[in-house]
Design a protein. Structure first.
Length: 264
């Protein structure tokens, strides 16, 4: 082999090696064995939930799609966590999934998620109607989902929310997947509490909260954590909170225990 060919072969080998090197935090370091061994600390989270003076339920699907839960089949009104369903159902429409979004569509969907804008959510609900939402619930296997004409009063169980979030990347059209997840990863600062204070290092966090509703005093969060190809879906739902800060502290306490010692 000539010296020129040798130099070209060395350069090519170096380029291939560089391309095959995963950047820090890309998720390549979590082995199948680590994924198998890690379990959420459901016992600690359940003890904490029972110590709170409010109704608390949660469900989590781990890296191997194993379900752990405390009162995971208890139904709750969804409040603004329903907006995740609105976002996904809108992007899954045949008229949308294979084209770029218009500026008008972005002007609806971005504030609906990042700022939890209710007016945008109502417009999207009116555009969709009931069918696409229930089709999404069926595709996500949200067996406890119940429709309400008042969108904030649609009901779901913790295991429904955890399933939806873990499966969300696969439920979204490939063309719009990054757009949708980017909105859930960039919730505005004043709405980043609970799981946003617990976000494990090395994991990307996409989440949506729901709160308020007179008489119910809910504080909810549904979250997707992603580390390379590893995914975790979690839903923590609370009702009857004596105050909004109390409910948000409860969310943080449950997430802190469930996500303890996640491998990086």
């Amino acid at each position: 082999m000539s010296s020129m060919r040798i130099r070209l072969a060395i350069a090519l080998a170096s380029s291939v090696a560089a391309l095959g090197t995963a950047p820090p935090g890309a998720g390549a370091g979590i082995s199948p064995e680590e994924a198998r061994k890690w379990h959420p600390d459901t016992a600690a989270a359940t003890r904490y939930a029972k110590s709170r003076s409010t109704q608390v339920s949660f469900a989590i699907y781990d890296m191997r799609d194993r379900l752990s839960a405390h009162e995971g089949s208890r139904g709750y009104i969804m409040a603004s966590t329903f907006k995740v369903m609105l976002l996904a159902a809108y992007l899954r429409q045949d008229s949308v999934d294979d084209r770029d979004l218009t500026d008008g569509e972005r002007d609806l969907l971005v504030p609906m998620i990042r700022e939890s804008d209710n007016a945008s959510a109502t417009k999207v609900r009116d555009m969709l109607g009931r069918g696409p939402i229930e089709n999404l619930a069926s595709a996500a296997n949200m067996s406890g989902f119940e429709w309400s004409d008042i969108w904030g009063y649609c009901r779901a169980e913790p295991k429904d929310g955890a399933r939806l979030m873990r499966r969300l990347p696969g439920l979204l059209p490939k063309r719009h997947r990054n757009f949708a997840l980017r909105q859930l990863e960039n919730i505005i600062p004043r709405q980043r509490w609970g799981v946003a204070h617990v976000e494990p290092k090395g994991w990307d966090l996409a989440f949506k909260g729901g709160w308020g509703l007179q008489g119910y005093r809910v504080e909810h969060q549904m979250a997707l954590l992603t580390h390379g190809k590893r995914r975790i879906g979690v839903s923590v739902l609370t009702q009857g909170n004596p105050s909004r800060p109390y409910g948000r502290a409860t969310l943080e306490g449950v997430y802190k225990r469930l996500l303890k010692d996640l491998p990086r």
